[in-house]
Write a protein that binds this ligand. Structure first.
Ligand code: FMN
Length: 201
């Protein structure tokens, strides 16, 4: 399904075309595409070039990682994510490897890596749907995540499917246009709450 963002100002097509579907086609994602997606994540910027991210990745029908990740998702997310061909969990290292000091940007950097992966996915006709709705403790236990690392978010990767296959409540959300706050509400200048001159209504 094509659902381009109705942007206020022009942006690159890759940004306009990205959205988070819940209807996924069962079409498999070839390993060489997955290589490129995680390569894109690899080249994200990070504080002190720490690269404080790691990914647990499961392909449906290959080993048991997919099922294990699915088992960490909240029920709502399981209903649709079980049809995606690939599920992943992004994990962050909470302290700098060099000196053990707390890295307060670890999850920020991990989000940047997922964002780059998502842009690469969009460029290849794939979609990514991120999820906070999972149990990070269960994920840490299931995959023996070491101390000092924290599961941050889960995500599904795949090709968009037919919205008609979704239960009715999800279908409505799938077909609804994307919405966003206007620029003047969050781009400020001078003092908090004052829209930057270029962002004013
Ligand atoms: C960190 C994060 C957590 C999210 N958690 C969930 C989730 O648990 N379940 C879900 O269906 N969507 C989840 N989403 C998807 C958002 O609802 C979605 O990105 C947002 O509504 C904007 O829609 P769009 O991505 O289609 O533009 C999450 C997105 C992000 C970035």
């Amino acid at each position: 399904m094509h659902k381009p963002a109705a942007t206020q100002y022009p942006v690159h097509e890759l940004i306009r075309e990205r959205w988070s579907p819940r209807a996924f086609s069962e079409k498999a994602v070839p390993p060489e595409i997955l290589q490129s997606l995680f390569e894109a994540a690899r080249w994200a910027p990070s504080s002190n070039n720490e690269q404080p991210w790691a990914f647990l990745v499961g392909t449906r029908g290959v080993g048991d990682t997919f099922k294990k990740i699915l088992g960490t998702l909240v029920e709502f997310n399981q209903t649709w994510a079980k049809h995606a061909p690939v599920l992943a969990i992004a994990v962050s290292e909470l302290a700098f490897a060099k000196n053990g000091h707390s890295n307060r940007n670890a999850s920020y950097d991990t989000g940047a890596a997922v964002s780059q992966l998502t842009t690469e996915a969009t460029s290849r006709g794939l979609f990514v749907h991120q999820m906070a709705g999972f149990d990070p403790h269960k994920a840490a236990e299931t995959f023996a995540v070491p101390n000092g690392w924290e599961p941050i978010a889960a995500f599904a990767i795949g090709y968009a499917g037919d919205p008609q296959t979704l239960p009715e409540s999800l279908r409505e959300r799938e077909l609804a246009p994307q919405t966003r706050k206007p620029l003047h509400e969050f781009v400020m200048s001078g003092q908090w709450g004052h829209a930057a001159p270029f962002a004013q209504k």
